[in-house]
Design a protein around this ligand. Structure first.
Ligand SMILES: Cc1cc2nc3c(=O)[nH]c(=O)nc-3n(C[C@H](O)[C@H](O)[C@H](O)COP(=O)(O)OP(=O)(O)OC[C@H]3O[C@@H](n4cnc5c(N)ncnc54)[C@H](O)[C@@H]3O)c2cc1C
Ligand SMILES: NC(=O)c1ccc[n+]([C@@H]2O[C@H](COP(=O)([O-])OP(=O)(O)OC[C@H]3O[C@@H](n4cnc5c(N)ncnc54)[C@H](O)[C@@H]3O)[C@@H](O)[C@H]2O)c1
Length: 466
């Protein structure tokens, strides 16, 4: 790297050590390009996912499920938090070493701000450093939305997901504002560790995008685990009391209150563009605060790209990873790959059992004008899948939405043990035109979860056939 009076010159500068930037940076450095990755926090090498997102939360899901009713909640939780920190430290170090150890790459720790279209000022512990680069990637991720409710933002009981997973004290009573991915996952985790959990969701029901049949099974699992779910909730404020917070809300026309030890904000995450100096770089943002990009993830400045949550796309680690494929195709490939190439992008909400989805729901398929048939079975009734009984997890349902005329798999909702793995097989089938019959009549190992497809796809519960 060429250094002149606290300034550095690079071929590629990555602002934010997220997934997509990391993969692009590593690939370009291995090709001999001079690469600098800037990360504002030494606790965040590798970004959200390995430090405070996917990895620690799924490690907590696992540890919460291992707790027996006789295990003391606080002790068990504190040990789990310690174990999870050991995992994230290992991954963080791996991320730093894996990048900084490359011959032509270095990691610079400090907050970055654009000062021009090709320059960024980094506030490092050793003083400011200016980095100039030919290409720049914005990969700064997202930050939690804290709803603007009276008393919430200033409450000393307010926590973000990051705050909560770092605390060794298990909240005895936890209120969660927002019943999306994060809210439901945290509700399930903390309930299983022994907290009393109340989930407030403003829409009329949780998991509203799901078909009624799957939604009902998922909600029942959460309720049976002891999670209090308040839907159509209008949280009107939070007041700090003596050693507790009082959550105020309207429900069914009544003013209600709930005393809790912590209030988790789980009302979505917004692209991290504030204070980045994007105006100085001539990079436009959308009305929702995301970096504006085209299908190739180029910003309004052609040499600057934005990857991951910051570009306003779906907020998943594997989407940030796929963003890196698009950007790498621009930097060293044919430049053909776009975000519109994506087909059948699966999603998993890690409640227990996990809820995984891909493609269209039954409702969406009908709205799109397909003549369909629906194949579905409760997990407990899938004779071809003894694994559910083997691992003692027979809750859930599997559902496929199939085009009646072409046998194309239009979508699937799998609420079952191993669904986070199974959904990838379904998505791959959808991408490559494998029909429902072919997926349903394939040979699978035994006893496994995939063999459920043999039974479920053959079990047609509804059809538009006249
Ligand atoms: C609790 C939780 C659980 C999740 N679980 C899952 C899951 O199971 N599966 C899944 O696919 N997704 C999950 N997600 C979403 C996933 O973590 C994100 O979509 C993904 O990490 C986004 O990656 P990214 O590449 O956009 O950047 P990030 O990984 O968010 O990295 C951005 C980095 O930029 C740094 N940064 C920001 N501003 C600056 C600046 N000005 N200067 C220098 N550095 C800066 C930040 O410190 C951060 O390290 C979860 C998210 C959360 C919060
Ligand atoms: N397993 C995973 O892949 C996973 C896990 C966690 C988070 N994530 C990602 O992180 C992102 C953020 O997750 P999230 O759950 O915070 O966002 P989300 O957008 O999934 O859900 C937010 C929920 O909060 C509700 N809400 C908003 N304001 C409210 C209010 N004032 N009162 C009550 N409810 C309110 C919304 O109706 C919505 O249901 C998601 O987009 C997701 O992609 C992914």
């Amino acid at each position: 790297m060429e250094t002149v009076e606290n300034s550095l010159q690079a071929d590629l500068l990555v602002v934010g050590f997220g997934k997509g930037g990391k993969i692009t940076a590593g690939t370009m450095a291995r090709l001999g390009k001079r690469v600098i990755v800037v990360e504002q926090s030494p606790e965040m090498y590798g970004g959200t996912c390995p430090n405070v997102g996917c990895v620690p939360t799924k490690a907590l899901v696992h540890r919460s499920r291992n707790r027996r009713p006789s295990d003391p909640p606080q002790e068990w939780y504190e040990r789990a938090v310690g174990e999870v920190h050991a995992i994230t430290s290992l991954f963080r170090k791996g991320n730093f070493d894996g990048m900084d150890g490359l011959e032509t790459a270095s990691v610079l720790t400090g907050h970055a701000v654009f000062t021009g279209p090709d320059t960024v000022l980094v506030d490092t512990a050793d003083g400011p450093v200016t980095v100039r680069a030919e290409h720049i990637l914005i990969n700064t991720g997202s930050t939690p939305v804290i709803p603007d409710l009276p008393g919430l933002r200033t409450s000393k009981y307010l926590v973000t997901s990051t705050d909560l997973i770092h605390r060794p004290e298990l909240p005895k009573r936890l209120a969660i504002v927002g019943g999306g991915y994060l809210g439901i996952e945290f509700a399930a985790i903390y309930r299983q560790f022994g907290s009393e959990v109340t989930l407030f969701e403003s829409t009329a029901r949780i998991l509203d995008h799901l078909d009624d049949d799957v939604q009902a099974v998922a909600e029942k699992i959460l309720v049976d685990e002891g999670i209090e779910i308040v839907t159509g909730a209008n949280v009107t404020g939070v007041e700090d009391g003596d050693g507790e917070a009082i959550v105020q809300y309207m429900h069914d026309g009544h003013e209600c209150t709930l005393a809790v030890d912590a209030v988790l904000a789980a009302a979505g995450r917004k692209p991290a563009t504030e204070g980045l100096g994007l105006a100085a770089a001539g990079v436009r943002v959308t009305a929702r605060g995301a970096v504006e990009v085209d299908d190739h993830l180029r910003t309004s400045q052609p040499h600057i790209f934005a990857l991951g949550d910051v570009n306003g796309g779906p907020q998943f680690t594997y989407v940030s990873l796929d963003d890196s494929r698009i950007v790498l195709d621009q930097l060293r490939g044919e430049g053909k790959r776009t975000t519109t190439d994506r087909v059948a992008v699966p999603r998993t909400l890690f409640m227990t059992p996990p809820l995984a989805m891909v493609g269209l729901t039954e409702r969406e398929a009908r709205e799109a004008g397909h003549r369909i048939k629906v194949s579905s079975q409760p997990v407990a009734e899938i004779i071809a899948m003894p694994r559910a009984y083997v691992v003692d997890e027979t809750r859930g349902v599997m559902k496929f939405v199939i085009d009646l005329d072409t046998d194309e798999i239009l979508g699937a909702s799998l609420l079952s043990v191993d669904a986070q793995e199974l959904i990838n097989t379904v998505a791959q089938a959808m991408r490559h035109g494998i029909t429902a019959s072919q997926l349903g009549e394939a040979i699978y190992t035994h006893p496994s979860s995939a063999e459920a497809f043999n039974d479920v796809i053959a079990t047609v519960v509804r059809s538009d056939e006249k």
